[in-house]
Design a protein around this ligand. Structure first.
Ligand SMILES: Nc1ncnc2c1ncn2[C@@H]1O[C@H](COP(=O)(O)OP(=O)(O)OP(=O)(O)O)[C@@H](O)[C@H]1O
Length: 299
């Protein structure tokens, strides 16, 4: 394994923030790190970046300690940290040089990225003069200007308008295509689902799920059967039979245990009701997340 977290621990006083977690990633994999507020994600990332000391455990890159000495790391923090008064180009060059680039190379890369993200016009502006979305583009550039092998993206698309979100998504897709190893933290489950092959879910400092997304889905105990019918008595029937379902006009979404013989069930419904549509769906990551982290499942 290229990246390994082994038995990582951290407490703040009596509060256990990260409880003996282990995570493994192959080079080029992208891991969605999920968890409700306070689950321990930021604490884990801070230990990875050596911003806070760990109480116990190891973090390794290709068998050696995971540190700037052994791997080029890129980090897009959730709380953005740019110098408001510094001009955009100087800022990016400064961050590039902090990561070991020489000035000429950093400037060349900075100009390339500014053009790619359509903010070349802002190169000489003070950062505070840029819109929030454009500042976020600058922050992303500072995170990846040195062409890191390992990248942590914490809520990379929050607060962006759809056009800017798409632009940054295309950058993330390019990083994935270039086989960067990535940890992606987000509360936007659809984004995690569209980017990540692996997911882990933290709850109260514990790692409660860690697997390939496809395995997580297929190991979930339920599937969803969607029925479309004009027959209004379907609702009464489902209530009578105590199905777990939601209704949206003519569409019904039933939560069915995976153990049920689904095709038999579909033909039973077909005999009783005139169906205009039938589809079987795996649970979404949103549904899995809510169930695993202790909320109510809304089918
Ligand atoms: N410096 C600190 N001192 C005391 N407690 C802390 C400190 N940092 C984090 N904690 C606690 O550790 C737990 C985990 O916090 P953490 O910030 O890692 O969660 P998170 O999963 O990143 O949450 P969010 O999604 O809100 O960013 C929380 O209970 C938090 O209050």
């Amino acid at each position: 394994m290229t990246f390994q977290i082994k038995n990582l621990n951290k407490s703040f006083g009596s509060k256990i923030a990260v409880n003996n977690i282990s995570i493994e990633l192959k080079e080029g994999q992208i891991l969605g790190m999920l968890g409700r507020n306070g689950a321990g994600k930021t604490t884990t990332i801070r230990m990875m970046l050596e911003l806070i000391p760990k109480d116990g455990g190891q973090i390794l890159w290709k068998g050696r300690p995971f540190s700037k000495k052994n791997v080029k790391i890129g980090y897009l923090p959730e709380e953005r940290g740019l110098y408001a008064k510094m001009n955009v180009l100087d800022q990016i060059i400064y961050f590039g040089m902090l990561e070991g680039m020489d000035r000429k190379e950093a400037k060349k890369e900075a100009l390339k990225w500014l053009e790619k993200l359509e903010i070349s016009y802002a190169a000489k502006k003070r950062t505070e003069q840029l819109s929030k979305g454009n500042q976020q583009k600058v922050q992303l550039i500072t995170a990846i200007i040195h062409d890191p092998e390992f990248i942590i993206l914490d809520e990379p698309f929050s607060g962006l308008d759809p056009v800017n979100a798409d632009m940054l998504k295309s950058v993330v897709k390019e990083l994935i295509a270039r086989k960067k190893t990535i940890i992606f933290c987000s509360h936007q489950m659809d984004q995690v689902e569209s980017f990540c092959s692996q997911i882990c879910i933290l709850k109260d400092g514990n790692l409660i799920v860690s697997d390939e997304l496809a395995n997580v889905k297929s190991s979930y105990d339920y599937r969803y059967l969607e029925l479309e019918t004009a027959a209004t008595h379907l609702k009464d029937y489902l209530e009578h039979k105590k199905y777990d379902f939601t209704q949206d006009n003519n569409r019904y979404k039933l939560r069915i245990p995976r153990s049920e013989k689904i095709y038999q069930l579909i033909s039973e419904f077909g005999e009783k009701f005139e169906l205009h549509g039938v589809s079987l769906k795996e649970p979404s990551l949103h549904e899995i997340f809510i169930e695993r982290t202790g909320g109510e499942v809304i089918a």
